[in-house]
Design a binder for this molecule. Structure first.
Ligand code: SF4
Ligand code: SF4
Length: 317
C-alpha cells in the first residue's frame, strides 16, 4: 500500500508583506473605506474565488478569541446552516476548549510503523478533507535507513511495504512549543493553546500562506478550491477550530483531532493504526503511557537544530 501524497504545492507565493501591528480589523476598516468588502477580500487574497464565497456575516465576524458566548453561538449556528446548504449534511459544531492541566504529546514507535498509510486515510475522513485532492494532514515518508533527515525520504512511494532497506516516518503537525508558523502570521489567525495544540481561526485567516512557508515540517495545507465531500461522508462531529469543513482560500492543519481529544477520545490516526505504533496522551499525567515513553525510551525530534521544540516524538524499540 502506498502513502497518500498530500502536499499542497503552490502556483503562487505569499502576497502580503508583514506589517508590524497589522490587524485584520484595521485592514478591514481601511479596505471597506476604499474598496468595499468584496473587492477588498479579492485584493488581499491569493484566491479571488474566496471573495465569492465570503458572506457579509462571515466577513464582519471578529476574531475567535474576541467572540462573546452569544456571538460564538450565532457563528456556529450560521456555519452549521451553511454546511447543510452547501454539503447537504446535518452537522454539530462544538467549541471545544482545552482541558485544564493537559498538555497533549504524541509519539510514534518507528520500529513498528510499517508504512501502511491507514493513519493518512483516517485523517482524511475524520477531518472532512477534500475528496478530489485526497488531502490529509499526515504524510508517511519512506526513509532510507540510517538517517532521520525527512528531506531524504519519499512521500510518493509505491509497492509492497515494509521494504527491507527502508523505515517509515509519519509526519504531521508537531504542535511546536516555539511554532514559527504562529510568529509569521500577520493577522494572528493562528496561535498555540494551553494544551499545546496550535490552531487556526479559519474565519480570520486571510490566506497569505506565510505560515505554510514557515513550517519546517510541511504540515500546513492551503485550500486552493472548495473542499468537496459527499453528504454521506461528512463527519458530523465537528469543532470550530478543528474539523469543520474549512473554506476555500485558507490554510489548515492538524489539531491532534481536538474535537475528539478534548472530549476524552484518542486521535483518529491513532485508532486507525493497525500496528500500535502510535501513543498519545497528557504529558502532565504521571501515570500516562506517553509519560512513560518519554521517560524510558530514547526519543528523537525532527529538525531539533531549528529550535521549534516539537510536542511530537519518535523512538525505536
Ligand atoms: S509543525 Fe509546522 S504547523 Fe505545526 S506548530 Fe510546528 S511550525 Fe506550526
Ligand atoms: S494563518 Fe497562515 S495563511 Fe492564514 S493569515 Fe495567518 S499566516 Fe496567513
Amino acid at each position: 500500500m502506498t502513502s497518500t501524497e498530500t502536499d499542497s504545492t503552490s502556483p503562487s507565493k505569499p502576497c502580503l508583506p508583514i506589517v508590524e501591528n497589522f490587524s485584520r480589523r484595521a485592514a478591514v476598516k481601511a479596505g471597506f473605506a476604499t474598496l468595499g468588502a468584496g473587492a477588498f477580500v479579492a485584493a488581499i487574497s491569493p484566491l479571488r474565488q474566496a471573495a465569492k464565497n465570503t458572506s457579509a456575516a462571515e466577513f464582519m465576524q471578529t476574531h475567535y478569541t474576541e467572540l462573546s458566548p452569544e456571538q460564538k453561538a450565532d457563528v456556529i449556528a450560521r456555519l452549521e446552516a451553511e454546511t447543510k446548504e452547501k454539503y447537504g449534511a446535518d452537522v454539530t459544531i462544538g467549541d471545544d476548549r482545552p482541558i485544564p492541566g493537559t498538555k497533549f504529546v504524541y509519539a510514534i514507535n518507528l520500529s513498528v510503523c510499517n508504512g501502511n498509510g491507514k493513519c493518512v486515510e483516517a485523517c482524511h475522513k475524520e477531518n472532512n478533507h477534500d475528496r478530489d485532492t485526497n488531502q490529509s494532514y499526515i504524510r508517511v515518508i519512506e526513509m532510507p535507513k540510517g538517517t532521520m533527515d525527512m528531506e531524504q525520504g519519499s512521500t510518493t512511494y509505491t509497492g509492497v511495504v515494509p521494504k527491507d532497506d527502508k523505515f517509515y516516518l509519519p509526519v504531521q503537525c508537531q504542535q511546536c512549543d516555539e511554532p514559527p508558523c504562529v510568529d509569521v502570521c500577520p493577522v494572528k489567525a493562528t496561535w498555540k493553546e494551553e494544551d499545546g495544540i496550535v490552531v487556526v481561526d479559519y474565519n480570520w485567516c486571510i490566506g497569505c500562506r506565510y505560515c505554510e512557508a514557515a513550517c519546517p515540517y510541511h504540515a500546513r495545507r492551503f485550500n486552493w478550491k472548495k473542499p468537496e465531500v459527499p453528504a454521506a461522508e461528512v463527519n458530523p462531529d465537528q469543532s470550530y477550530l478543528s474539523n469543520r469543513i474549512r473554506p476555500v482560500g485558507v490554510v489548515e492543519k492538524c489539531t491532534y483531532c481536538l474535537h475528539r481529544t478534548r472530549r476524552g477520545k484518542l486521535p483518529a490516526c491513532l485508532e486507525a493504526c493497525p500496528t500500535g505504533a502510535r501513543v498519545f496522551g497528557n504529558i502532565l499525567d504521571k501515570d500516562s503511557n506517553i509519560r512513560w515513553i518519554l521517560e524510558n525510551k530514547r526519543v528523537y525530534i525532527l529538525k531539533e537544530e531549528l529550535g521549534t521544540k516539537p510536542a511530537f516524538f519518535y523512538y525505536f524499540d
